[in-house]
Design a protein. Structure first.
Length: 122
């Protein structure tokens, strides 16, 4: 009987690990959904947006000198958040782009479309 219980315990460990991984994935999707809602609210109020990495203490921030604005959210497939009508201001530079793709897994920001960089007078 003890052997049977021990075998059942050993066999159930992978099942719990799989449940934990599934729970982690669902939690990540819920967090992403909340961040996208926050960004949508910032866009609708014509406020500078915070990219997902700005909401986390573990991830490096873009800094206080950087502001990002967007006109709309094009989509979010769970891997890439796509924003349109982008303007990124930092110090004496302004970057404009048709689209910004934020890669959730790597925190990589990719600008697409007509990308322009201009210097502004301070």
């Amino acid at each position: 009987m003890r052997l049977l219980i021990a075998i059942l315990c050993i066999l159930s460990v992978p099942a719990f690990a799989q449940d934990g991984a599934l729970l982690q994935q669902k939690l990540r999707l819920v967090q992403q959904s909340l961040v996208v809602r926050l960004i949508a609210g910032q866009i609708s109020r014509h406020q500078p947006i915070l990219l997902p990495q700005e909401f986390s203490r573990e991830r490096p921030s873009l800094g206080t000198e950087v502001t990002i604005t967007a006109t709309d959210i094009k989509g979010d497939d769970g891997d890439i958040l796509q924003l349109v009508g982008i303007e990124i201001s930092t110090g004496g530079l302004v970057m404009q782009a048709d689209e910004l793709h934020f890669h959730w897994a790597t925190d990589e920001i990719e600008l697409k479309g007509n990308v322009h960089l201009k210097r502004i007078a301070q």
